[in-house]
Design a protein around this ligand. Structure first.
Ligand SMILES: *Cc1c(COP(=O)(O)O)cnc(C)c1O
Length: 389
């Protein structure tokens, strides 16, 4: 059985048009890294760029680098690079702050546009989104309604609906165009969290009429630990949005030091304070790995890798030990339910197969298509079988 699977993996790796992209990353030898959905691997160009930013731009350019090295407009410039990866025209994405902060920002903007008094949040959401939705609802005088993506409780009071594109636990992928259309039919705004889909599959925010979106850049976008998140607002809404964190960097004349606030035009009004220059420019360098990469090919490889991994698990791991939780409609991860999952994951990590554990009983394996091989998927299943033996 393993011989067949090994031959299958070798053939798939040989035929993989994206195989060369692995060279754009620095990965430790011997490790099967299946946690790129939590912290993406290090793109090879990042260390030198960060060193240059620190030594040259900061060390020598000093304050002149704000404009001389393009620090000031980096949030919009890098936002446009991310826009290209999520199906958005330029001028609608800004990079800065964490995903958590951007969830809050987007929900409040949506509620203020709408004026209605209910916010619906995905009941299965990554917890931070739920916490921030609760606070956004409280601040805007809304009732918070938890609903499953299959059964959104939309009413004529719904202001905004916050959904995760991919369920962080099971890996299930929700139907963005259909759900966005249903939200619009109810007269509400759709706020999508793309943390587990951007960089793993093609997105078409503009084509699907998405109103607001947020996401983090340190998962499939490989921006590094603490890399700033992004916020998307559809172009026609931008002139009307009023954001809840109107710092000086979002002001129409930030260096005018005016006492009164008036927002900048365009996407700049989504900024708040001084940008995280070093991590922003690390992200900028990290985004170079997407040069010439076709996201449809990334998606095809992701589906092939995850399918092959499931096939290997079924072939090698006794069926009573694990249950595959991830459905066909999925992002780029496979979740397995398993008794004693936490101890199992610790043993896997010790054996150099790095995934992660999510309570109560989930083993999560992320398959970042730019740097993983079919042989890695097989190796992971073999080690899981050994650990569970
Ligand atoms: C990873 C993730 C986050 C992370 O939020 P931070 O503010 O960066 O800690 C938020 N939401 C979802 C859905 C995520 O997957």
């Amino acid at each position: 059985m393993t011989v067949d699977l090994a031959a299958q993996a070798a053939a798939a790796d040989d035929a993989d048009e994206l195989a060369h992209l692995r060279d754009r990353f620095t990965l430790p030898d011997g490790v099967v890294y299946l946690d790129g959905n939590s912290l993406g691997a290090l793109p090879a160009g990042v260390p030198d760029r960060v060193a240059d930013v620190v030594r040259e731009q900061w060390g020598k350019g000093l304050i002149g680098s704000w404009f001389g090295a393009g620090w000031w407009e980096a949030p919009e410039r890098i936002g446009d690079r991310i826009a290209a990866l999520i199906g958005a025209a330029p001028g609608q994405v800004v990079v800065g702050d964490s995903t958590s902060v951007n969830v809050f920002r987007a929900l409040v903007m949506a509620q203020r546009l709408s004026g209605r008094d209910e916010i619906v949040v995905d009941a299965t959401t990554f917890p931070t989104d739920g916490y921030l939705a609760e606070s956004a609802a409280k601040m805007t005088g809304c009732t918070l309604v938890a609903a499953h993506p299959r059964e959104l409780k939309l009413t004529d009071r719904t202001a905004a609906v916050l959904l995760n594109h991919v369920d962080f636990r099971s890996g299930e992928l929700w139907d963005m165009p259909a759900l966005t259309a249903a939200i619009h039919d109810a007269g509400a705004y759709a706020v999508w969290d793309l943390s587990h889909s951007a960089g793993a599959l093609p997105l078409a925010l503009d084509a699907h009429g998405v109103d607001f979106a947020v996401g983090c850049t340190y998962k499939y976008l490989n921006g590094g630990p603490g890399a700033p998140a992004y916020c998307y607002v559809r172009a026609d809404l931008l002139p009307r949005v009023e954001q809840p964190l109107p710092g000086w960097c979002s002001h129409g004349d930030p260096f005018g030091m005016e006492a009164g606030y008036r927002p900048a035009t365009g996407v700049t009004r989504l900024r708040t304070g001084t940008p995280e220059v070093i991590s922003l420019l690390a992200l900028d360098a990290a985004l170079d790995v997407w040069e010439g990469v076709d996201l449809a090919a990334v998606r095809a490889k992701s589906l092939a890798l995850t399918s092959f991994f499931v096939e290997c698990v079924h072939a090698l791991v006794p069926a009573e030990r694990v249950t595959v939780l991830t459905p066909q409609a999925r992002g780029s991860q496979i979740a397995l339910a398993c008794d004693g999952a936490e101890a199992v994951m610790n043993a896997l990590i010790k054996a150099q197969v790095v995934g992660d554990y999510r309570p109560p009983d989930v083993l999560r394996f992320g398959f970042a298509p730019l740097y993983l091989r079919f042989a890695d998927a097989l190796r992971a299943a073999e080690v899981i079988a050994q650990v569970l033996a």
